[in-house]
Design a protein around this ligand. Structure first.
Ligand SMILES: [Cu+2]
Length: 204
């Protein structure tokens, strides 16, 4: 239910939907405009005429945009809903933004500046910040959440895809915002447990 492809798909679908609508509108409006420039050229129509009160047109151009923005909202909502629906037995990780680095805290007290995640396991991120507003952003997973001081945002996430990807800050937060990068390593559960145990031993 919560594999990464579900979440990625909903963001990608929303993007495709919006680009498709925008393209259709751009082409349609441009063609109509050029046609009107030709048809209502001053050489053919010397006198401008005002047309008023067409109920059908009013209704049509009210309903169509409502359906379009409703569709955009729906696709966005699907992705958001996936993130905010609680999952049992999730690995809990605190994500803390600070000028200009990320901190990650695990349930057993392990702290790290690089994020390790177990693959195919539900993760619960608790996102906050120490100083100013940041935004926790993993472009590969289309994952983005504002990290705000005095506010904890809880999101559930899961990925089946193993590998290493960038984590960025997506909210301008000062001089070194541009360099507020770290990495996420998604590894098998046994490898993750081993890493976590090793870190715990090292911090004692
Ligand atoms: Cu930042």
């Amino acid at each position: 239910m919560f594999n990464e492809s579900n979440y990625i798909d909903s963001v990608n679908n929303a993007m495709t939907f919006i680009v498709a609508i925008s393209t259709i509108l751009l082409v349609g409006i441009t063609i109509t405009m050029l046609y009107f420039v030709y048809k209502y050229n001053a050489k053919r129509h010397k006198k401008a005429v005002n047309i008023e009160g067409n109920m059908t047109l009013e209704v049509v151009w009210t309903i169509i945009p409502i359906m379009l923005v409703g569709g955009m909202f729906w696709y966005g909502y699907l992705g958001y809903n996936t993130l905010v629906t609680p999952v049992d037995n999730a690995t809990k990780i605190k994500v803390i933004g600070q000028m200009w680095r990320w901190h990650f805290e695990y349930e057993n007290g392990v702290k790290a500046d690089t994020l390790y995640l177990p693959a195919a396991q539900p993760i619960q991120f608790e996102v906050s910040a120490l100083d100013v507003s940041h935004s926790f952003y993993i472009p590969h997973f289309r994952f983005k959440q504002d990290a705000l001081p005095n506010r904890n945002r809880i999101l559930w996430f899961q990925t089946d895809e193993k590998g290493t990807w960038d984590i960025a800050c997506a909210e301008y937060c000062g001089l070194n915002h541009w360099n507020m990068y770290t990495k996420v390593h998604v590894v098998d559960k046994p490898e993750f447990d081993k890493w976590l145990a090793k870190q715990a031993a090292g911090t004692k």
